[in-house]
Design a protein around this ligand. Structure first.
Ligand code: TRP
Length: 378
């Protein structure tokens, strides 16, 4: 090991530039260009990339998740990219008083994953709570961030505002650091994200760099322990709930993957529309109608403009009928598979056990490099 242990902490002013930069237009454009280039690189050689994504197990996945992220994960997995999918069970306790029916939710999430085509032979599905070495990375990582930069993190800020006067837990404040551990423990070099999550990824990049500068390197000292993960920006269409608002379980506007066809039909029949019988696709001026058109188009593999033109003067009732049919047809095989999986708890647990085993092996190898870099091998 040739690395000096006493290197000074990087000046924060310098790092702040990175964190603030992620939200500027120029930086977003750069990230988009890089993301487009990465898409091409995946086409040429998918084995150069390792992806980590995940979800908090807070409820059943819905069509917003399906079109927004699940299809993309399956696409990347099928393209041959090494894929890690985290069931972020410890993240649940950042924003809740208790864990709720966590076991059911975790198993339900795993059933959702498998039903949409995440393949446990090719992808590693695992949980926070079963991987101690991942969580241990929190300690060195926390040492390279400041509380003021965490307080400026846009998500932490908005969570703080959303919880009103309630005190913020230490875990909520530091959850971007925990997410950095999620990404870095397995040395993922690519994270599929929406624009709003870029500050998280930047935090992980900053942590990877500061760890390298402050603590040292792996092996003979020639390579950083952690890669600097990059963003794969999602160009997924934004599917809204049946009321034209963001789709979410708590709003009662979500079509869950596991719902039955009748409940789906009922929800879509109640969907908000407008008074103009002539159906068009105009997401800005007619968000509710356009969302139903978009749902129909996505579910049936057509262009929204074509769906709208086909319905024409048929009005909202015809549109809803088309949406119900398209969504139920598309989800029928997913639901059948999901029902089978949900009935086989032993299998779901087995998938998790194998995923957790793999995650533990990789996390321990990384932690051992961290100990070496930090001169803490005894
Ligand atoms: N924050 C994500 C969610 O709310 C879950 C998550 C935890 C995650 N760690 C991550 C996503 C790391 C991507 C990368 O569902």
């Amino acid at each position: 090991m040739s690395t000096e242990q006493t290197s000074p902490a990087p000046t924060l002013a310098e790092d702040d530039v990175d964190l603030i930069e992620t939200t500027s237009d120029a930086s977003l454009e750069r990230t988009q260009r890089r993301s487009d280039a990465i898409e091409r690189e995946i086409g040429e050689d998918p084995t150069r990339f390792r992806i980590l994504t995940g979800d908090r197990p807070t409820g059943n996945l819905h069509l917003g998740h399906y079109f927004g992220s699940l299809l993309n994960r399956v696409r990347l997995q099928d393209a041959g990219v090494e894929t890690w999918v985290l069931v972020a069970d410890y993240q649940v306790i950042t924003d809740r008083d208790g864990v709720g029916p966590i076991r059911e939710r975790v198993l339900s999430l795993v059933a959702d994953y498998l039903a949409v085509g995440i393949d446990p032979q090719r992808s590693t599905i695992f949980t926070h709570s079963a991987v101690p070495a991942l969580n241990q990375l929190m300690l060195p990582f926390l040492s390279v961030v400041t509380d003021s930069e965490l307080r400026r993190n846009p998500t932490v800020k908005s969570e703080l505002e959303a919880t009103g006067d309630r005190a913020m837990s230490g875990l909520m404040l530091t959850y971007p650091v925990h997410q950095a551990a999620d990404i870095l423990f397995c040395k993922a070099n690519l994270v599929p994200v929406g624009k709003d999550q870029l500050p998280h990824l930047e935090q992980a990049r900053v942590i990877a760099r500061r760890f390298d500068e402050r603590y040292g390197r792996a092996g003979d000292g020639s390579r950083p322990v952690f890669p600097r993960p990059e963003a794969l920006l999602s160009n997924a269409p934004n599917v809204l709930g049946t009321d034209g608002q963001k789709m979410s379980k708590s709003r009662g506007n979500a079509i869950e993957l596991g719902m039955d066809a009748d409940t789906t039909a009922k929800l879509l029949k109640r969907a908000v529309t407008d008074a103009d019988r002539h159906i068009t696709y105009d997401p800005v001026l007619r968000p509710e109608v356009s969302n139903l058109v978009l749902l129909t188009a996505l579910a049936s593999g057509r262009r929204p403009e074509d769906v709208a033109a086909e319905i024409g003067d048929g009005g909202a009732a015809t549109l809803k009928k088309a949406a119900i049919e398209a969504v139920n047809d598309m989800l029928a095989p997913v639901r059948a598979r999901r029902a089978e999986l949900a009935a086989d708890e032993g299998y779901l647990l087995d998938v998790l056990r194998r995923g957790n085993e793999h995650a533990n092996a990789v996390a321990e190898a990384t932690l051992s490099e961290v100990r070496q870099a930090m001169h803490m091998v005894y």
